[in-house]
Design a protein around this ligand. Structure first.
Ligand SMILES: [Zn+2]
Length: 107
């Protein structure tokens, strides 16, 4: 098990920002990311900026009501720390259209 106590303060600020964005956008149910960002849906995949792995758009791990990166132990959120896979591939065109699950992509 990882120590969940460490880095709690910075995490708290992160959650606060997430919460604020939900309030502003009026997001309630569903997939928060799609309600908070008026993002043109480009692919079915998102890449996590924290663990650099990919997951299906719509997937998340519920942590106290926040929609977090589905990979266990990752503290990235699907709202603030995700990037659309197609957007990411603009910078890294060598990567496949359909990313491999659990694989780390990029720097
Ligand atoms: Zn992650």
């Amino acid at each position: 098990m990882k120590d969940h106590g460490s880095g709690h303060d910075s995490k708290h600020g992160h959650y606060e920002m997430y919460q604020k964005m939900m309030q502003i956008s009026g997001a309630k149910g569903g997939y928060h990311r799609d309600q908070i960002f008026d993002e043109e849906k480009r692919s079915d995949y998102l890449r996590c900026l924290h663990c650099r792995r990919t997951y299906l758009r719509g997937e998340y791990r519920d942590v106290d009501g926040f929609q977090m990166c589905p990979y266990e132990g990752c503290d990235g959120s699907t709202v603030l720390d995700g990037i659309d896979w197609e957007r990411f591939r603009e910078d890294y065109p060598q990567y496949p259209e359909i990313p491999e699950r659990g694989k780390v992509y990029g720097m």
